[in-house]
Design a protein around this ligand. Sequence first.
Ligand SMILES: [Mg+2]
Length: 384
Amino acid sequence: MRWCLYVDMDAFYVSCELRDRGDLRGLPVVVGPDPRQGHVRGVVLSASYEARRFGLRSAMPVSRAHALCPAAVWIPADFPKYERAAREVRAVLFRFSPDVLPFSIDEAAVWVDLPSAIEARDLGDRIQATLHSELQLPASIGISPYRTVAKIATDTAKPAGIRVVPPNETADFLAPLPVRSIPGVGPKTEAVLQGLGIETIGQLRTGNSTSQLRRLGTFGEELRALASGSPHESTELDVGPPKSRSSDRTLPEDTRDEATLADAVRDLAREAAVGVQSEGFRYENLTVRIRWEDFQQVQRGRSLGAAREGTEPSVAEAARLLHELLQEERTGRNRRVRLLSVRLGGLSPRVGTQRRLDRYLRAGRRGRAPLDGAPDEPGASPKR
Ligand SMILES: [Mg+2]
C-alpha cells in the first residue's frame, strides 16, 4: 500500500535560528523585521510556539505582534541559512525514500510502499526522530494514502506530533474539522461555504449541499469527494515540472503607500525564489500582480533574459514591476492595493537536479489545482 508521509517543519525559520541560539529556547522568538528598530511595516515570518501563546502568527504585521508580546526576541530573516537547513532536511528525507516531493522550503511529501498503517507510523517516528537528533529541527508528520489528507493531518499534529489517518478513517477524521483546514480554502471560500451553512468538512457531504456546492464549480466537487473520504487525487502520469510558482499576500489593510507595498513585494519575491530554488528549479520570467481594493486586477511580467537563480534577480525585478504598475495607476484612479502576488515562471531544473525532476514524473503526482494551492477566492487556481 502506498502512503504519503507529509513532513512539515515546525516554526521552521525560528527553529533554524534556535540551532545557533540555544539560549533562546523556551522564549517567545520571532523571525521578522524588529519593530523596535523602526520596522513598523513588515510582517512576522515565523513565530516560536511560545510566541504563538501570545497570539502571534506568521504574516501578522510586526506592529501588532509587538503590541501582543513586547517581550518577544526578534531575529532578522536569514534566507540563505534556511535554504541550507532545508537541504539538510531533504537529504535526511531522501534516505527514507527516493520519492520525496518538496512543496515549499519547509514541507515535503515522502511517498513509501508499506503494508499497514502501523509500519507507516513507525517510519514517521523514525523520520521525526532523525530530523530531531541529527539536525535539531522539530517536525510534524501527517500520514495517509492521500496527500491532501496527510497535509491536513500534519496541521492537526503540530507541534512535534504525528497523526496517522488510515484510509477507512478518512471521512471520520475530516468530519469535525473546519472547512478552513482544507488546503486551498482561504477566507473567501470559507465565507461562501459559511453562507451555505457549511462550517465543517463533514457538512460538505450532508444535506442538500450538493447543488449549492456547484457555485464553486469543480472545486466544489473536489471538496465533496474529499469530505466523503476519497479525494480526487490522480495517480496518473499527468505530470511534468511545474511551470511556475507564486507567492501572494493579502495586505493587512488596503494601502497605496509605495514603501509598504515595496517591502511586501520584496518579501514575496524572496519567498517565491527560495521556494523555487528549494525545489531544484531556476526561473526565467517574473510577473507582479496587483488586486485593487475594488477587486479588479492588473499584472505586468518581464523576461529575465536567461534562467536565473537566487533571490536577487527576483527581488530587483519585482520591485521594478511594482513601481511601474503603481506609476501607471497614479495617472488614473489611484486605488489602494488589496493583494500582491509575485509569480516566477519559465522554470527549468538547476544543474544536477534532473534526478529530482525524474521523481516528479515517476511519482506521478503533480499537485492538483486548486486543492494544492491557497487561492484566496473561489475560482482562483494556482498555476503549476
Ligand atoms: Mg512549517
